[in-house]
Design a protein around this ligand. Sequence first.
Ligand SMILES: [Zn+2]
Length: 439
Amino acid sequence: MNFYGIRCGVLIDGTGKPPLKDVIVIVKNHHIARIERNSSLIDPNIPIIDARNCTIIPGLIDSHKHVMNCGGFGIEVGFNLHQLKRNLSEISKGGVTSVLDLGSANIAPYLERLIGSKTRIYNAISILTCKGGYPQEYMPQKFYKMGSVIECDGLDEIKRNVRKLYKKGVSVIKTAVVSRTFDNRPQVNWTDRELRCLTDEAHSYGLNVCAHITYIKDYEQAAKCGVDSIHHAAFDGIADNNVLEIMIEKGIIFVPTLSLVDLIVTGLKERWIFRPDYDPAVNEKIKVNMRNFTEAYTHGNPNKPIGDFFVKLPKSQLEEVSAIQLENVRRYIALGGIVAMGTDSALGFSLHNTPTREIELLMKAGLSLTETIKASTLNSSKVFGMQKEIGSIEPMKRADMLIIDSNLENNIASIDKIKSVIINGNIVYERSKNSEKKQ
Ligand SMILES: [Zn+2]
């Protein structure tokens, strides 16, 4: 069936425009054909899905993900092919129809086909960093060999590696602008000249540059040297307005990944893993890791980092990070900056099964309902330059949509009441049938 209509109770189209009521979205040949207000103009022979009690939104787009990560508190805890398949199935059931995978390994470009993922996977394959730069402080060497990290020594190597990734078909170039380690020691970082060389080179191939940043002092260098999106809200303090204004003036999309720390701290404090009703979509190894880590947190010294987690912040400081990050995003939004939804899952208790908490936090930071949906769809597609094809319910776009069994105007958290997930015009998941459909 690829010629049909959806009779919408409420349509929020992802562009930020006010919601439309009682319209019919016409899907044809895997695309949105048109949005019709007058049902008498619709061919009576085409099937109509009745969603009059529902809200229709574009498929969610997670613009910062690691599809191979599995949750828990280690980089590779519990990783296996079965879990990877489960990750990808959870992602589509959670209403995420496209992801930007920011750092997996050389197999990233083949995952969609290998695993039969329904969700589209755009990727960066590797993180390009300077010699000795982030994430050397915690990333095991074998990940460098797998292609997750590429160190570039000087301008020629930067150019060579950007070109190499372009030829492999990446959707963006990912880098890190990090001048301090997680435990606040000085960290080797790009010079301005090197970073400009990297962004110029990426732009010359039509690729956006995503920058991983965790300290406010690094925002300005990234913005001035031409990155297109900044990933992670800083957790060491509140950024000055003039730095945020430089980012805004450059049109930088801010992907704050707020839910990562929020869910880790909440999950640890509330001891989710010990609750009988908490059923994370992860394997036994990851569950054991989560239990051990929760114990380490519960009994740990407030002034010391927790267990062997690579984020070496003292426990008391980690608990304050969520509020600091939220304030940074609140300011960015208040000044007129563009934000996009990214979960950084799966790590800790931030799992692949739903981006709901991230979406709630973006709204808490000051976005309206329609802006929140736009941040979680169209703005996310802009991070990797696919906004002409996906991200909103408009004619000519790919038919990626969610039918939500709720009125989001009353409660954004009810975005997880997903009735159907539609990718490319095909219904890939229907809750009532409690199973995933074959495409
Ligand atoms: Zn990440």
